[in-house]
Design a protein around this ligand. Sequence first.
Ligand code: A2P
Length: 265
Amino acid sequence: VQSTPAQFPIPANVHVETVVSVKHYTDRLFSFRITRPQSLRFRSGEFVMIGLPNAQKPVYRAYSIASPSWDEELEFFSIKVPNGPLTEHLQKIQPGDTILMRHKSTGTLVLDALTPAKRVFMFSTGTGIAPFASLLRDPDTYDRFDEVILTHTCRDRAELTYGQDLLANLRKDPLIGEFAGRVTLYNSTTREETPVMGRITHLIENGKLFSDLGIEPLNRETDRVMICGSMNMLHDVKALVEARGFIEGSLSSPGDFVVERAFVD
Ligand code: A2P
């Protein structure tokens, strides 16, 4: 049974795609996969604008593509916001439903905005892990960096599942499994008791992240940084890396770190 209301016309100039699968992780988080428009080219780490055909003027929100650029489908990881203009409806999608997607992909969390280095740190909270799910499955990441350290901090343990599944599947992947040994996932929680507690800002500052992993602390000489999370998280992590001399990069002027907001309502 299709839940798409037939009474609203499909707007011009958008891709009309179909939901392939949906997975609910918690009452706050879910992921879904949709068909990929043949013409869509994107850089791993970029986002697209997504909407539902449920209004005369559909509401669009930015969603990082979580799948790599070689994948035949597109994957997204979303929060469910009660009464959120888009996610209130999006969280109810089923396989076969229609998703609208604007044509252009864009974003700052791309490898081309960083200069070469030995290690890349990907700092994420909540659904901010999505663009890194794309980059982790892109062989280009391993061409450019010897080591990838992905941190994912969430409120509770169940919210970490998406990232843990990602790593488990990476190891089994025929295309990129060979690189999995160069990836480290570091998890922490802030509201439920788990082996590592605390915000990533705290764990960088007190050095626990580095001592737990037995690695050298952040160093501009050897490291690049990508940051994705809530507005406050971006602000605080950015301040930390800037205090260590890191300079923000962009496509026109590649640098030491890049940031992107992961927030949808
Ligand atoms: P906390 O539980 O202390 O707010 P959310 O799901 O609300 O986006 O939060 C995801 C994770 O990001 C939570 O663990 C949250 O911690 C953490 N967080 C929130 N604000 C910041 C911040 N300014 N710096 C670092 N981590 C943050």
